[in-house]
Ligand binder design. Structure first.
Ligand SMILES: [Mn+2]
Length: 191
């Protein structure tokens, strides 16, 4: 079973995540930031994962620690659920539109963390979610999942652009984790 659960508590946040990579798209997400919950629910649905997130933190300061730390734990739980990655496709990509916005995501689960993201937003916030945390969230996920992630989005409406990005991320991940055989897909023999 490709599942894992991790809890991480610091003086700033307290985050528990349970992930099943082979799920039914069922999400139970509570971060205290409505738009972030909406994005993580879309990620779960379109990735066909099951995801439970219970996150609390110092939202009295701002949304930075909570979003970043959720990204850290999501990356960790993803790495643990993938195990030795035997048989996975390893590479995944997706292009997802939402009205005028188009997001493109490509990833490699080959074990090297690297983020390249091209996403600029007009407004400082969508709801209670700071748009500059989009890049920081994906940085935290990529680092902790040991994922090479390239993401690009264009469009006009910030909500559309961010939602297209999360959906493209989900689709690319769904593709990259498909079991295609038994072998570890690397000439090095390890991912
Ligand atoms: Mn930070």
């Amino acid at each position: 079973m490709r599942k894992a659960d991790i809890s991480r508590k610091t003086s700033e946040t307290d985050i528990s995540i349970e992930l099943d990579l082979d799920g039914e798209g069922v999400a139970d997400i509570s971060t205290g930031i409505g738009f972030f919950d909406h994005m993580l629910t879309a990620f779960t649905k379109h990735g066909n994962f099951n995801l439970i997130i219970e996150a609390t933190g110092d939202l009295i300061v701002d949304d930075h620690h909570l979003i970043e730390d959720t990204g850290i734990v999501l990356g960790q739980v993803l790495a643990e659920a993938l195990g030795n990655k035997a048989g996975i496709a390893r590479f995944g990509e997706a292009r997802i539109p939402m009205d005028e916005a188009l997001a493109t995501v490509a990833m490699d689960l080959g074990g090297r963390s690297y983020l390249v993201i091209d996403a600029e937003f007009k407004a400082p916030k969508v709801g209670e979610f700071s748009t500059q945390m989009v890049n920081h969230f994906f940085e935290a996920v990529a680092q902790n999942a040991k994922m090479n992630l390239h993401a690009h989005v264009y469009g006009d409406n910030d909500h559309h652009k961010i939602e297209a990005l999360f959906k493209a991320f989900a689709y690319a991940l769904r593709r990259a984790i498909i079991i295609e055989g038994n072998e570890i897909k690397s000439t090095k023999g390890v991912l």
